[in-house]
Design a protein around this ligand. Structure first.
Ligand SMILES: [Zn+2]
Length: 335
C-alpha cells in the first residue's frame, strides 16, 4: 500500500509539480533576461541614435572664420553649456537641448552663412563654448557638471519641436519678465510662426535677470541717441518730451518719444543698452533712469521661466508645450 502511495505522489510530482516548477523557473529566468535586454537596448539605442540626416553640422567659428564639422549632439553640449547655467534643473536643461537642436536644424534649412550651417556668435546664430573653456570657467566638480550637460543632451537625442510637421524657429531668451513677446513686435514679422504667442510664466521674478536699471545723465542720453539721430533735441524741462507713446500687446514699450524723434522700443533697447524693451522711465534731477524688467527679446522660451517651471515639477516636454503653442515634439528621423 505504501508503495502505491509513493508511486502515486511520484507520478503527481513528475507529471504536474515538476513541470510547473520548471515553467516558473523558466518564466522568471526569461523575465530577467528580457529586462536585461530591454535596459541594454534602451541604453545602446540612445547612445547610437543614428540621424538619417543632420548627424553632423558645419560650424563656423566667427573669430577665426574656420568651419568645423562636428557631430550634432556634441555641438549641442557646447551650446547648452554656453546658453544655460549648469545649475538649472535637469528638465530645463533638457528643454534647452531640444530647443537648441530644433533651432540648429531650422538654421540648416534656412542658411545664413554660405559655407556653414550655423555660427558660434550668439548675436548672429547661437552661443557656443569649447569644453576646455567651459571647464576653465566653472568651479567645483567640473567633470560632473559637464556630465550633467551631456546626460541632458543624450536624454533628448533626435527630439525636435515641430509645427505642421516642420522644425520650428525655436527662439529663446533669458527672462521674459513674466510674459513672452510676439515676434512682430521685435522684428516686424513672424506671421508665419503662429506657435510664437504671448504666454505668461510664474516665478521669473526670483532670478537676478528679472530686474535691472540703467541710469544716464541728460548729456549721456543725448550722446547715445546722437549716434543714430544726429539732430536729436530734447527739452528736459518738458515732461512731454520724454515719454512712452505706445505699448505692445505683452506690455513692452513699442514706441518711445525722445524730443523730436519717436523710436521703437527695440531701437531704444539697443541704443541705450537696456536688457529688454519692458522698461519704465523715471526722470530725476539731471538724470534719466530706466528701470527694466526681464532680459532678452522675450520671444519663445524663457530660460529662467523654464527653470522655474521645472522647479514646480514640469517636464522638458511640458515646458516646451508651454512656451511654443500647438507644437509637437517628434523624432527628427520621422519627418
Ligand atoms: Zn551666424
Amino acid at each position: 500500500m505504501k508503495k502505491v502511495i509513493i508511486y502515486f505522489f511520484s507520478f503527481l510530482f513528475i507529471c504536474f509539480i515538476l513541470p510547473a516548477l520548471l515553467t516558473k523557473l523558466d518564466i522568471s529566468t526569461s523575465a530577467e533576461t528580457d529586462e536585461d535586454i530591454t535596459e541594454e537596448n534602451t541604453e545602446s539605442l540612445s547612445e547610437t541614435y543614428t540621424y538619417n540626416q543632420y548627424g553632423t553640422i558645419k560650424l563656423l567659428h566667427a573669430d577665426t572664420n574656420e568651419v568645423e564639422e562636428v557631430a550634432l549632439d556634441t555641438y549641442l553640449c557646447n551650446v547648452v553649456s554656453a546658453e544655460m547655467p549648469v545649475d538649472f534643473e535637469t528638465e530645463a536643461l533638457k528643454a534647452q537641448a531640444i530647443v537648441a537642436r530644433t533651432y540648429t536644424i531650422y538654421k540648416i534649412n534656412h542658411k545664413k552663412h554660405d559655407n556653414a550651417d550655423i555660427c558660434d556668435d550668439s548675436t548672429c546664430c547661437q552661443a557656443w563654448i569649447s569644453k576646455e573653456d567651459r571647464l576653465a570657467r566653472w568651479d567645483g566638480d567640473k567633470e560632473a557638471k559637464w556630465s550633467k550637460i551631456e546626460e541632458c543632451v543624450n536624454a533628448t537625442k533626435g527630439k525636435i519641436i515641430t509645427y505642421n510637421n516642420e522644425p520650428i524657429n525655436a527662439f529663446f531668451h533669458s527672462n521674459s519678465g513674466g510674459k513672452t513677446e510676439l515676434p512682430v513686435d521685435v522684428w516686424g514679422g513672424g506671421s508665419d510662426m503662429p506657435y510664437l504667442q504671448v504666454v505668461e510664466t510664474a516665478g521669473e521674478d526670483g532670478y537676478t535677470q528679472y530686474n535691472s536699471e540703467v541710469e544716464l545723465t541728460n548729456e549721456e542720453l543725448l550722446e547715445k541717441l546722437k549716434t543714430t539721430y544726429a539732430d536729436i533735441q530734447i527739452d528736459f524741462n518738458n515732461d512731454e518730451d520724454i515719454k512712452i507713446v505706445e505699448y505692445t500687446s505683452s506690455g513692452r514699450v513699442k514706441t518711445v518719444k525722445f524730443g523730436n524723434h519717436e523710436i521703437s522700443g527695440t531701437e531704444a533697447r539697443s541704443l541705450l543698452g537696456l536688457r529688454s524693451t519692458n522698461f519704465e522711465i523715471i526722470k530725476e534731477d539731471g538724470k534719466i533712469k530706466f528701470t527694466v524688467t526681464g532680459y532678452g527679446h522675450g520671444v519663445g522660451m524663457s530660460q529662467t521661466g523654464a527653470d522655474s517651471m521645472a522647479k514646480s515639477g514640469s517636464t522638458a516636454e511640458e515646458i516646451i508645450q508651454h512656451f511654443y503653442v500647438d507644437v509637437e515634439i517628434k523624432e527628427v528621423n520621422s519627418l
